[in-house]
Write a protein that binds this ligand. Sequence first.
Ligand code: MG
Length: 340
Amino acid sequence: MKVPEIGQYVGSLIGQCLGDAIGFPVEGQPHEVCKEYVEEIIAEGPGLRARPGYIFGQYSDDSQLARELIISCITLRGFNPEDYARRIADIFSSGKVVGGGSATWEAAIRLSQGSPWHEAGTPSPSAGNGSAMRAGPVGLMFFDHAESLVRAAHDQSIITHKDIRCSVGSAAIAGAVALALVSRPFSRPEFVREISRVVATIDPSAEIAFSSLINWIDLEPIDAAQALVGSGYAFGDWNNWQGLTPFVTGTVLWSLYSFLHSPESYLETIATAVGIGGDVDTTAAMAGAISGAYLGIDKLPGELIPHLTDEGTWRLDELTRLSTELYNLKVVQRKLSAYA
Ligand SMILES: [Mg+2]
């Protein structure tokens, strides 16, 4: 197995935060608006478009919670769902969460009121992408141990989302980041087969949905989006397409497609992830984590990453330091245990 490089760890966290920050100003907007906006950013830089009340570069709950997961893991030298649940509750009650989803909010309140981590999650049929969007770091932590990866992806998911489809989405993103770290040379069919195998360990019926990616990866984004909606894995009417809802399966599949369609270009991946419209801070955060893990920080857009901010904190320098610390602990010192 190829040993991951430090730039891939930094690239994954920064790639997640930047994708999130690019998508955040148009979160929930229709396809036409998102497509025009992301093409403008790529051609002309950040410009003046930002979410009201924020500057360009602000990232949201997706990346804030991924960052908290890394901090928890570094502090305890391993993954501990109880500690991570406490951090989720704390960041929500601090008022610092940016754009938090309703299922996570509800779970955070239950955690603050004393519910244990394995009971607080919002039950089915709620199946949003709130746990998949923060799962990238699980791939950085357990790229070399499939069993721990799946277990941690599932456990970190149920803290806020009890539906099994959310655990599947979390494992798919964690598995994709893990594979991206070690996949050179890169085989797209093998990548799809491996992700399908990972999700099948949680829910055998999920294998069909994830295997179907193989039929879409060579389609252009507009045709792939139509195929995704036609498959029933994303909600909506293609004849009146507004964009992806936060439903976990559709958004995770789109993020994987966005990466697999253009694995050698971070910005093309982000353009695809955002261009579909709808919950695009999350599609771009997930696709960005995978793309950054594959390409490394040096292939991310150097003119955009210095804008990253979380209301004046956790900018590029701090995020780089955090992901470097995780790399040192995991790859250099080998001091990261599965469960702490
Ligand atoms: Mg968000």
